[in-house]
Design a protein around this ligand. Structure first.
Ligand code: NAP
Length: 230
């Protein structure tokens, strides 16, 4: 049987890199994408499995188009798409004063990046009759607990969850399952050294969603493999 082909964004470090390791260990062929492929080469050297590297800046339309051309011409399929790339650049800021550049940069990376990746690869999934899309979101995007902190990050993740629901709607009945997940507070560059969760724990729900059976959920938001409120 042909191994499943997975693409992971923001995968040269942190939770994204852990997801690459876990999917490769499950026997998938994985395209590890990174803004700077030299950082990715060092990361891949330590991974066992079938892992390719391709450049991808999710905030750059030309970079997404180049990855799409490569996948369509060289690989012909995309079965699994996990989008972990994100920035967190407005800690300590307020919604009343956050500047336009910070808002724009965050939404371009954390929201439009995953949306444009869906536009690039979900049609291929639909054509092939199989797809699993995982949007790595955050409880920071949950409306019910939202206060005045990290405004652009919160906004970007709430909007990402809306994209999950809409893309799930657009793929209903086509065996393309689209979900958001929160990894919890994870020990990474973004989460910092005080975070209680390991990278493996942070990646677990993403791996579960990336390998759902055909009757699995779509259009949901999960942490620890359980549904979360929006
Ligand atoms: P991280 O260690 O900061 O890694 C972020 C990754 O995203 C890096 O590989 C970074 O690449 C990449 N990236 C940033 N901008 C990019 C762009 N424009 N194009 C492509 N890649 C880009 O973060 P993490 O903790 O692993 O977080 C992974 C995901 O989990 C994120 O979506 C984050 O919002 C979410 N999350 C994390 C936590 C937590 O506690 N850590 C909690 C909730 C949600 P460079 O090396 O080039 O910068």
């Amino acid at each position: 049987m042909t191994p499943k082909l997975a693409i992971v964004t923001g995968a040269n470090r942190g939770i994204g890199l852990q997801i690459v390791k876990d999917l490769a260990r499950k026997g998938m062929r994985v395209v590890l994408t990174a803004r700077d492929t030299s950082k990715a080469k060092a990361a891949v050297a330590a991974i066992q499995g079938d892992v390719l590297i391709h450049q991808l800046d999710v905030a750059d339309a030309a970079s997404i188009a180049a990855l799409k051309r490569f996948v369509e011409r060289e690989l012909g399929r995309c079965d699994v798409l996990v989008k972990g790339a994100a920035i967190y650049i407005d800690e300590g800021r307020s919604i009343l004063t956050v500047d336009t550049d910070t808002l724009r940069k965050t939404v371009e990376t954390n929201t439009f990046g995953p949306l444009f990746m869906c536009q690039a690869f979900v049609p291929l999934m639909i054509r092939n009759g199989y797809g699993r899309v995982v949007n790595v979101s955050s409880e920071s995007g949950q409306l019910q607990h939202m206060g005045d902190s990290t405004p652009s990050y919160n906004l970007s993740k709430t909007a990402l969850n809306a994209i999950t629901v809409m893309v799930a709607g657009a793929t209903r009945g086509k065996n393309v399952l689209v979900n958001s997940m929160c990894p919890g507070w994870v020990h990474s560059d973004m989460g910092g050294p005080m975070a209680p969760r390991s990278l493996e724990e942070g990646a677990d729900t993403a791996i579960w969603l990336a390998t759902l059976p055909d009757d699995g959920p779509s259009g949901g938001f999960f942490r620890d493999r359980k549904p979360m409120d929006w």
